[in-house]
Design a protein around this ligand. Structure first.
Ligand code: ZN
Length: 130
């Protein structure tokens, strides 16, 4: 089984920086040079890499996603969370990061964000490094 990170989200839509948690799991594997896959096993939450220095970037991403995919529209899905499913597909369910010298190779401003689209909830993220 892959390593599991548990994430508690605080609102219906939320972006949570999980970079240090992912790094920690990669360290535990002992992988020095390889690839790390970060995978979210949910249909209303995803994962993305983007700027972590200015929190306004996440605020802007969330605002724009809500404009593009409003919570209420002529959706058919009976559960009432179609916008959450659509946002998840737009963002994606996994990211791949290169591991070098036991560390994630990320750009200066890059962070890995868990993206909640139907919270608040307790969620899981799988991490596999090889
Ligand atoms: Zn649903």
């Amino acid at each position: 089984m892959p390593a599991t990170i548990n994430v508690k989200t605080g609102s219906r839509i939320d972006m949570v920086d999980i970079t240090s948690l992912v790094s920690g799991e990669v360290s535990k594997t002992g992988v020095i040079d390889g690839i790390c896959v970060v995978y979210v096993p949910h249909t209303t939450a995803g994962v993305t890499i983007n700027e972590g220095a200015d929190p306004s970037v996440c605020t802007d991403i969330i605002r724009k996603l809500n404009e593009l995919v409003p919570p209420n529209d002529r959706y058919r899905h009976m559960e009432g969370n179609s916008d959450s499913h659509i946002k998840t597909s737009l963002i994606g369910s996994s990211v791949t990061v290169i591991v070098e010298n036991g560390r994630l190779v990320l750009g200066t401003w890059q962070k890995i964000f868990f993206c909640e689209f139907d919270g608040p909830r307790s969620r899981k993220v799988y991490v596999k490094a090889a």
